[in-house]
Design a protein around this ligand. Structure first.
Ligand code: NAD
Length: 327
C-alpha cells in the first residue's frame, strides 16, 4: 500500500494542490482540516479527516489510524491585517495549534514534519535577494506566529529528535493547470485573484495601495510562485526527510521580483479585459520590494519552479473566474 502523508490544512489552497502532487507521485495524502477556510470538494486524492489541530486527542487518533510517514502542516490563519487586529486568534491557531500538533507527533512517534512558513518572517529585509540566513524580524503577529513555529521545530529537533523542513513561501498564486482545484479564499485578499475578479466585473475596481514606492513603476515588487510549483517543493521535502536528509529552512520563490503593474498588464493581456484600478494610500508595513534567493531549495531539495512565469500563472487562474485565457 502507498506511504501515507498527513496533510493538515489539506482542504485549503496550497494544501489541496500538494495532496494532488503527492497522489500523483505514489503517496496517499490524508487531509486533516476543520474546514474553517478549506473546501470539502478540494479533497479528492485521499481521505478527509475533519478535525482541529488544537485537538490533540483527535490528532493522535488520526496518526494511529493512518500511520503516516510524515506530516505537512499547512493549517493556520493567514491574513496579515487580521492578525494585527486579532493577535489572540493567530497565536492560538498558529502557535498553540503547531505546538499541539508537534506534541501529538511526538506521542505517536511521527518525527518527520514539513512546516508552512513565510517570507513574512523576514519583516523588512536589509538586503535583496533575501537569503535564508537574513535576519528574521517579522513586523506583524502573523509573521511572528510563523517564526515561533520555526523556532519550536528547531528546539523539538534538538531535544526530541524531530526532523523538519520549514518552507518559507513568497507569494503563492495560480491554480492547478489541470483545472481541478483553484484559489478560493473568503475574503480574497491576494492580488491575482482580485485582479481577475475586477477584470470579470465581480469587483467594481481593484484597490492598489501605493504607486509612489521607490520602484521603477512606483508599485510594490514581490516574488510570485505558482501553487503547483509549491506543491512539488513539498513533495521534494517529503522525499528529503524520508531518505534521511538534514533539517532545513528554505525559501520558496523564483528569485524574480514582479511589480503590481506588471501583474495587471499580464492579466489584461491574458484575459483581453481591462482591470479597473484605484490607487490608494500605502498600507503600513508593506515593504517596497521582496524577492527570494531561491538557491538553497535548488541545492538541498533539487527543487526549482517551472510554472512560475507570470503568463502561466495568470492563465492557470483565469478559468476559475469565468475568464477565458486568450491563445
Ligand atoms: P488556506 O486558508 O487556503 O488553507 C489553510 C487550511 O487550514 C484551510 O483549509 C483551513 O480550513 C485549515 N485550518 C485552519 N485552521 C485549522 C485548524 N485549527 N485545524 C484544522 N484545520 C485548520 O491557506 P493557504 O493559502 O493554502 O495557506 C496554507 C499555509 O501556507 C498557511 O499556513 C499559510 O500561513 C502559509 N502561507 C501561505 C502563503 C500564501 O501566499 N497563500 C504564503 C506564505 C505562507
Amino acid at each position: 500500500s502507498r506511504t501515507r502523508i498527513l496533510v493538515t490544512g489539506g482542504a485549503g489552497y496550497i494544501g489541496s494542490h500538494t495532496c494532488k502532487a503527492l497522489a500523483q507521485n505514489g503517496f496517499e495524502p490524508v487531509a486533516y482540516d476543520n474546514l474553517v477556510a478549506g473546501h470539502r470538494d478540494a479533497v479528492r486524492w485521499g481521505p478527509l479527516v475533519i478535525g482541529d489541530v488544537l485537538d490533540r486527542q483527535a490528532l493522535v487518533e488520526t496518526m494511529r489510524r493512518y500511520d503516516p510517514a510524515a506530516v505537512i502542516h499547512f493549517a493556520a490563519h493567514a491574513y496579515v491585517g487580521e492578525s494585527v487586529i486579532e493577535p489572540a486568534k493567530y497565536y492560538r491557531n498558529n502557535v498553540h495549534g503547531t505546538q499541539t500538533l508537534l506534541d501529538a507527533c511526538r506521542g505517536a512517534g511521527l518525527l518527520n514534519v514539513i512546516f508552512s512558513s513565510s517570507c513574512a518572517t523576514y519583516g523588512v529585509p536589509e538586503a535583496l535577494p533575501i537569503r535564508e540566513d537574513s535576519p528574521q524580524d517579522p513586523i506583524n503577529p502573523y509573521g511572528r506566529s510563523k517564526l515561533i513555529g520555526e523556532q519550536m521545530l528547531a528546539d523539538y529537533a534538538t531535544a526530541y529528535g524531530m526532523r523538519y523542513v520549514a518552507l518559507r513561501y513568497f507569494n503563492a498564486c495560480g491554480a492547478d493547470p489541470g483545472g481541478e482545484i483553484g484559489e478560493r479564499h473568503d475574503p480574497e485578499t491576494h492580488l491575482i485573484p482580485r485582479a481577475l475578479m475586477a477584470a470579470a466585473g465581480k469587483l467594481p475596481h481593484l484597490s492598489v495601495f501605493g504607486d509612489d514606492y521607490p520602484t521603477p513603476d512606483g508599485t510594490c515588487i514581490r516574488d510570485y510562485i505558482h501553487v503547483s510549483d509549491l506543491a512539488r517543493a513539498h513533495l521534494a521535502a517529503v522525499l528529503h526527510l524520508l531518505k534521511g536528509g538534514e533539517n532545513l529552512a528554505a525559501n520558496l520563490g523564483t528569485g524574480r521580483g514582479i511589480s503590481i503593474k506588471e501583474i495587471l498588464t499580464a492579466v489584461e493581456q491574458v484575459t483581453g479585459r481591462r482591470v479597473p484600478v484605484r490607487f490608494e494610500q500605502r498600507r503600513a508595513g508593506d515593504p517596497p520590494i521582496l524577492f527570494a534567493n531561491p538557491a538553497l531549495a535548488r541545492e538541498r531539495l533539487g527543487f526549482w519552479p517551472e510554472l512560475s512565469d507570470v503568463d502561466t500563472i495568470v492563465r492557470s487562474a483565469a478559468p476559475f473566474f469565468e475568464l477565458e485565457a486568450r491563445p
